[in-house]
Design a protein around this ligand. Structure first.
Ligand SMILES: Cc1cc2nc3c(=O)[nH]c(=O)nc-3n(C[C@H](O)[C@H](O)[C@H](O)COP(=O)(O)OP(=O)(O)OC[C@H]3O[C@@H](n4cnc5c(N)ncnc54)[C@H](O)[C@@H]3O)c2cc1C
Length: 464
C-alpha cells in the first residue's frame, strides 16, 4: 500500500515537472535590477506575462546604487548640448578602455543601442538630460539627472529603479494576471522540460521550497563582486581582487552564474573584475569591507586627487585601472583604514556642478567629507607648496605639477596675517593643479582665491 502511494506521488510530481509549457505561461525573470525590470516591462509590453523574482525586500540591486549615470551616444541630450559624438567614437573609446580584449559584437550592440536605451529610461520619466565626461571617454556621454540646486537629491540609480518599478506596478494594476512580483524569494535552481529551462526552484523566508513554472527563464541576477561563499567565483577567477573592499550589496554573490553553470552553461570573461579607484571611508567604520562609492561623477565635475604629499599624481578622468594603479603606486597607506588612499579635494564650483543636495548627502549625512576652512588650509600648508608655486609662476601653460601638501609636515595653525598670505598662495597653487600638462584632459577647475574646500580620503574598491 505504501509502495503504491509512493509511486503515485512520484508519477504526479514527475508529470508536473515535465509539463510542456503553454504559450500563455509566464516568463520568469530572476533579479529585479535594471536588467530584470527592463526585461519584465518589455515582456508585458509584448503581450506576455511575467513573474519577477528577487531575493531582497525590494527590487533595485546594484542598479539602485548607480551614482554617475548611463553612457549613450547620439542622444537627444547630446544633440541639445552640441556634443560631437558618434557610434564610431564610442566604439573606439570602449575598445581602447578594454585594451581591445572586449567582445566586439557586444560593444557593437552597446554603442548602437545606447541612445535607444537612454530614451527608454527618459520615456519612463527619468530626466537624463545632463551629461558628464567620465573616465575613458573622449567626449561627454554619461547621462544623469540634472542636479537640483536645492531640495532633495535625485540619485540616478534610485530614480531609474523607482520609475521602472512604478511602471511595472502600473502594468500590474491594469492587468493583474500579467504581472506577479515575488520578493524575498531566492532562486537556487532551474527546472527543465526536455532541453528547455522552464522554471525555477525557490526558497522563501525559511525552509519552505517552491517550484515556479513558466515557459522560459531570464537570469538577471547581476554580478559576483561580493561573493565570499565557499564556492566563491572571486576566489576562482580573480583571486588578486579579493583583498579590496567592495561597493556591492550582499546579493552580488553570483548565484545566477552558479545556477546556470550547474546546468551546463559555459562561462566567459569571468576574470574581468573591475576595481574603482575611489570609495569613501566611513569614519565610524573605517575598516568596513563594504564601502560607499565615491562616484566618478565627483571627478567628472572637478574633484582632484592628491597623494599624502599633496602631489597630484594622475589624470582624474583616466581609466579606472590606470587611476587605481596610480593610487597603489603613488599614495601612502592609511593605517586606520588599512588601505592605500587618495585625498579627494573639491571646491565650490565642483560641488555646485555635482549638485549641493547630492553632495550634502555625502558631506552632512554620511560625513564622508570634511569642510576644509582656513584652519585646514593652514594645517595642510607646507613650505614646498610655496616654493613650487613661486618657481612656476613665470610660465603659464607649461607648469610643472605643483604641490599642495597634506599630512604630517604641517606648520602649526596660526591665524595671523602671515598665514592668511600663505593660504592665499595655496589657493592659487590649487588653482594651477589642473593645468599640469602631464594630466590635463578637461577644462581646468578654478581653485583660485577660495579659502575653503572639501576633503575626503578615498581608497580603491572592487566594483563589478
Ligand atoms: C555603487 C555602484 C555604483 C554604480 N554606478 C554605476 C553608474 O553610475 N553607471 C553605470 O552604468 N553602472 C554603475 N554601476 C554598475 C551597475 O550598477 C551594474 O552594472 C548594474 O546595476 C547591473 O544591473 P543588473 O540588473 O544586471 O544587476 P543588479 O542591479 O545587481 O540586480 C540583480 C538583482 O538580482 C537579485 N538576485 C541575485 N541573486 C538572486 C537569486 N538567486 N534569486 C533571486 N534574486 C537574486 C538581487 O537581489 C538584485 O536585486 C554601479 C555599481 C555599483 C555597485
Amino acid at each position: 500500500m505504501h509502495l503504491v502511494l509512493l509511486l503515485a506521488t512520484l508519477m504526479s510530481s514527475s508529470l508536473a515537472l515535465s509539463r510542456m509549457p503553454k504559450d500563455d505561461d509566464p516568463v520568469i525573470v530572476v533579479g529585479g535590477g535594471l536588467a530584470g525590470l527592463s526585461a519584465a516591462i518589455e515582456i508585458v509590453n509584448q503581450g506576455g506575462k511575467v513573474i519577477l523574482i528577487d531575493s531582497q525586500k525590494d527590487v533595485g540591486g546594484n542598479s539602485a546604487k548607480a551614482s554617475s549615470g548611463i553612457n549613450g551616444c547620439g542622444t537627444a541630450a547630446q544633440k541639445i548640448m552640441k556634443i560631437d559624438d558618434s557610434t564610431d567614437k564610442f566604439y573606439a573609446d570602449t575598445m581602447s578602455a578594454g585594451d581591445r580584449e572586449n567582445n566586439p559584437a557586444l560593444v557593437d550592440t552597446l554603442v548602437h543601442d545606447s541612445a535607444e536605451s537612454v530614451q527608454f529610461l527618459i520615456d519612463h520619466g527619468v530626466n537624463l538630460m545632463d551629461i558628464n565626461l567620465c573616465g575613458g571617454h573622449s567626449v561627454p556621454r554619461t547621462h544623469w539627472i540634472p542636479s537640483p540646486k536645492e531640495g532633495k537629491p535625485s540619485p540616478v540609480g534610485v530614480t531609474i529603479i523607482r520609475a521602472l518599478k512604478q511602471k511595472l506596478l502600473d502594468l500590474q494594476a491594469a492587468n493583474p494576471d500579467a504581472v506577479t512580483i515575488k520578493l524575498e524569494t531566492e532562486v537556487y535552481g532551474l527546472v527543465t522540460w526536455n532541453d528547455y529551462i522552464t522554471g525555477v526552484n525557490t526558497v522563501h523566508g525559511g525552509p519552505k521550497r517552491e517550484e515556479i513554472n513558466g515557459k522560459a527563464v531570464i537570469l538577471a541576477t547581476g554580478g559576483y563582486s561580493n561573493d565570499h561563499e565557499k564556492d566563491s567565483l572571486l576566489a576562482e577567477f580573480a583571486p588578486k581582487m579579493i583583498k579590496f573592499p567592495t561597493t556591492n550589496g550582499p546579493f552580488a554573490k553570483g548565484s545566477g552564474v552558479k545556477i546556470a553553470r550547474a546546468m551546463g552553461a559555459q562561462l566567459v570573461d569571468m576574470q574581468y573584475v573591475q576595481v574603482h579607484p575611489t570609495a569613501f571611508i566611513d569614519p565610524a567604520q573605517p575598516t568596513d569591507r563594504t564601502k560607499f562609492l565615491a562616484a566618478e561623477a565627483l571627478r567628472g565635475k572637478g574633484a582632484l586627487l592628491l597623494n599624502d604629499k599633496g602631489v597630484r599624481f594622475g589624470n582624474e578622468l583616466g581609466r579606472r585601472d590606470y587611476l587605481t594603479e596610480r593610487i597603489l603606486e603613488d599614495c601612502a597607506l592609511d593605517k586606520e583604514a588599512n588601505a592605500k588612499v587618495a585625498y579627494m579635494v573639491m571646491n565650490e564650483e565642483a560641488v555646485q556642478g555635482f549638485g549641493p543636495p547630492a553632495f550634502n548627502f555625502y558631506w552632512k549625512i554620511k560625513k564622508f567629507f570634511t569642510l576644509a576652512r582656513c584652519r585646514i588650509f593652514d594645517l595642510i600648508y607646507h613650505s614646498h607648496t610655496l616654493r613650487t608655486f613661486r618657481s612656476s609662476l613665470s610660465s603659464t601653460h607649461s607648469l610643472p605639477t605643483p604641490h599642495a601638501a597634506i599630512g604630517s609636515k604641517c606648520s602649526r595653525p596660526d591665524f595671523g596675517e602671515k598665514n592668511r598670505r600663505r593660504r592665499r598662495c595655496l589657493c592659487i597653487s590649487l588653482a594651477i593643479l589642473p593645468f599640469s600638462p602631464k594630466f590635463h584632459q578637461r577644462q581646468p577647475v578654478n581653485f583660485a582665491f577660495v579659502d575653503y574646500y572639501w576633503l575626503t580620503i578615498a581608497p580603491p574598491c572592487r566594483h563589478f
